[in-house]
Design a protein around this ligand. Sequence first.
Ligand code: HEC
Length: 150
Amino acid sequence: MLTVHVSKTGSVALAALIAGLCLGPAFSAASRSAQDGVYSAEQAKRGQSVYREECAKCHAENLTGGDGSPELAGPEFRARWTGKTVGQLFELLRKTMPTDDPGHLAIRQYVDLTAYLLQANEFPAGQKDLDRDIAAMNEIQIPAGAKPAK
Ligand code: HEC
């Protein structure tokens, strides 16, 4: 009886160990979320001044869009970007915006704009700037969970 008990415990422990070995690396490589404070407030502020000069004429000062340009803050925007990455958002800006002169801004300005759009969609600011490293940005998921628009 005792032998059976020990071997049961042993196999449970072994199963747990195997599960731990399999899941461990997957968990440690888990990507970050835009909810984790991935940009700084100062950076979003810089992005906002670029936005006012380069983007507001089409997407409106308050990011509601209009006249064929989509809104950039609010439920529709978040629905479109849920499950994508911050890197994808950055790449879209860098390659296609502003539509009248795509890609003419500095990389740093596109990163700052990305930070501003995250802030406008109520993802919280953190301590550090969003890094311009595209691989790192691609690991940051945009979750559905931002607060609903006012
Ligand atoms: C001349 C007008 C114009 C300007 C200036 C402009 N955009 Fe756009 N933007 C558009 C249009 C039109 C679309 C929709 C294009 C499409 O779907 O292909 C769009 C789409 C977008 C999208 C995708 C929205 C989504 O939910 O998929 C983002 C993000 C964006 N613009 C950001 C910016 C930023 C940031 C700037 C400033 C650097 C900017 N745009 C400047 C017209 C403009």
